[in-house]
Write a protein that binds this ligand. Sequence first.
Ligand code: T46
Length: 179
Amino acid sequence: MPSFDPSAQAAYSVQDYSPRAQIEGLEIVDLARFNDDGGAMTELARLDAGKVQGLPGFEARQMNYSVMEPLAIKAFHLHKRQTDVWYVPPSDKGLLVVGDVRADSPTRGEVRRIVLGDMRSRLVRIPPGVAHGVRNLMPARPMSIIYFVDVQFSVDEHCDEGRLPWDHFGAEVWETERA
Ligand SMILES: Cc1cn([C@H]2C[C@H](O)[C@@H](COP(=O)(O)OP(=O)(O)O[C@H]3O[C@H](C)C(=O)[C@H](O)[C@H]3O)O2)c(=O)[nH]c1=O
């Protein structure tokens, strides 16, 4: 076994492969993608009067389509009542950052970075009180987000579009990992 020089030895650590921190109420659902030589097909959601199968307690009241320019960051959005269910197509690639800022949550303070798209088809359920932001990781292409919400958008006293600064969890959370 080699021994390392003093500066490498001082900086040395073993990669941490332990499971990532969970956030209470945050769910990731893998979707089936049926592909053939002609293309691919994915069911995003089956709805029974707005209730989404496989996501108990979530009732879709609006569906949105959002486009982000290359490398753009939208962060952080924080809802008091609204749950979001996000989908980024497998052809795109984005970094979703979620942080639990609920005062009474067992996972309060946990921050997770989740790559969306990038060949995978997944829904991500983001409960109220979990701040969320996204970066388009593609340097030359717009990224699409399709998302369901259970509160209809309004600009009156019912508006639930809270915001936190983009660097609330530190600016480095948006950087590509270097390890
Ligand atoms: C959310 C929303 C917005 N708007 C109008 C209001 C503004 O004139 C314009 C941009 O609104 P906003 O700056 O809130 O949009 P985004 O920054 O793209 O954010 C939205 O998309 C990201 C991904 C989120 O997660 C947010 O929750 C959602 O607000 O669209 C509407 O007319 N209806 C709507 O449902």
